[in-house]
Ligand binder design. Structure first.
Ligand code: ARG
Length: 460
């Protein structure tokens, strides 16, 4: 038996089964059922408010929609592919549930403004959930940083040991990335929180609707300005996906560091057993698969961004069916990013930090060479000359297998006679970090202050 199409009036021939399968979206857009029902309830309340339906009709329709929601949630709803999408499935069920009056729900509305509204409502919830999850991750990271305000490690540029830094400072760099990511999400949320309903198919509707009423009922800041734009543009999804792609890019950077740090070559950290996996052939292995998967999922989220950009490109006004392709990238991005943020939040506190190893690594690689150059500058040597002098000292150290701090005063004075006994205070790793004592610097005192500020921003 074929299902009667709600739009079947002007057709003589039934939809080809290939087309039915090809164009159906209910397999994935059923995820919108809750926001779709919320949108319909707000819409019918508005219709009653302006007198297009009676209060009794409104109540019957609202009760029917609530019952459908319960059925869906109980797994008792049968989705029909022939009814294309979530909207027509719910509407058809409403009519079978409450009778003829159900057919009045779609008055002054089109699936075009309906779906544009649904997607905004869904994304709004998604952004709020993601934001919350990111706050939790930041909280975990700040706690970690707070426990490592005196832990010295090598800081890298070009993946070469550069200067000693405090591990807490390094972790707070991750926290900063996430603050900006959250700001981008919140910015996107503000711009997308306007309501398309009332735009109908593209031009608006002839009924005396009250768009402000519906917008308020659905928690939007107001109705959209232009009906053609409202039903057609998906730029808010692109913005969200761009912000989400950056979240993933940031997580992938952290992931990469965790992978490196947990390797035998670095041995800076060990991730908890619960967050690692073994090898089916090599019994000794403990692999950082979670971090690797997070790194890997960055690819699909960036791919989703590209899919949405290309979906929107060159679409003429107003609505086009192309836009149905917006949902899978959106859902996939939301699912992926949320899962990655949550698994990171679980994993980070399981990390054992090998402070001795971090310290030892910072001692290798002449990480206080810049401090020696700065020392010479303070003694009146020009920086370029100081750079040259220290370069020679490092060269000699490499040949004799000594760190700068392991050379005697006499040895050091061969490179510059201005060097005095006090040089050893700055050649130590501790002296090096303590000296970078300004806002944004790695001095332990500054890291402690940065932690206080980060906590305030997180709560604020
Ligand atoms: N399933 C469609 C979508 O996701 C709903 C809107 C369809 N509108 C239409 N006139 N065919 O975009």
């Amino acid at each position: 038996m074929t299902t009667k199409k709600p739009w079947g009036g002007r057709f003589d021939v039934e939809t080809d089964s290939l087309v039915e399968a090809f164009s159906a979206s209910v397999g994935f857009d059923r995820r919108l059922y809750r926001v779709d029902i919320a949108g319909s309830i707000a819409h019918v309340r508005m219709l009653a408010h302006v007198g297009v339906v009676t209060e009794q009709e409104r109540d019957t329709i609202v009760a029917g929609l609530e019952a459908i929601k319960t059925q869906i949630e109980a797994g008792e709803f049968e989705w029909d592919e022939a009814l294309e999408d979530v909207h027509m499935n719910i509407e058809a069920r409403l009519v079978s549930e409450v009778g003829e009056v159900g057919k009045k729900l779609h008055t002054g509305r089109s699936r075009n403004d309906q779906v544009a509204t649904d997607v905004r409502l869904y994304l709004r919830e998604g952004i709020d959930q993601l934001n919350q999850a990111m706050v939790a991750l930041q909280g975990v990271l700040i706690d970690l940083a707070a426990a490592e305000t005196d832990t010295i490690m090598p800081g890298f540029t070009h993946m070469q040991i550069a200067q000693p830094v405090i591990l807490g400072h390094h972790i707070l760099a991750w926290v900063e990335m996430l603050f900006r990511d959250r700001a981008r999400l919140s910015d996107c949320r503000k711009r997308m929180n306007v309501m398309p309903l009332g735009s109908a198919a593209l031009a608006g509707t002839t009924y005396p609707i009250d768009r402000a009423f519906t917008a308020k009922a659905l928690g939007f800041d107001g109705p959209t300005e232009n009906s053609l734009d409202a039903v057609s543009d998906r730029d808010f999804l692109i913005e969200f996906n761009a912000a989400a792609a950056l979240v993933m890019v940031h997580l992938s950077r952290i992931a990469e560091e965790l992978v490196l740090w947990s390797s035998a070559q670095f041995e800076f950290i060990e991730l908890g057993d619960g967050f690692c996996t073994g090898s089916s052939i090599m019994p000794q292995k403990k692999n950082p698969d979670v971090a690797e998967l997070v790194r890997g999922k960055t690819g699909r989220v960036c791919g989703n961004l590209m899919a949405l950009l290309m979906l929107m490109k060159a679409q003429p006004l107003a609505y086009n069916r192309d836009n149905q392709e917006d949902k899978e990238p959106l859902f996939d991005t939301l699912d992926s990013v949320l899962a990655c943020v949550k698994v990171f939040t679980g994993m980070m506190p399981t990390m054992t930090i090998k402070r001795d190893q971090l310290y030892a690594a910072a001692r290798r690689g002449y990480s206080t060479a810049t401090d020696l150059a700065d020392y010479l500058v303070k003694k009146g040597v020009a920086f370029r000359d100081a750079h040259e002098i220290v370069g020679k000292a490092v060269r000699a150290g490499i040949d004799s297998g000594k760190d700068l701090s392991e050379m005697s005063l006499v040895e050091l004075q061969q490179f510059a006679k201005d060097i005095e006994q006090d040089v050893f205070e700055i050649l130590t790793l501790e002296g090096s970090v303590v000296a970078r004592n300004h806002l944004g610097g790695t001095a332990p005192e500054q890291v402690r202050l940065a932690i206080v500020r980060a906590r305030q921003r997180l709560d604020g």
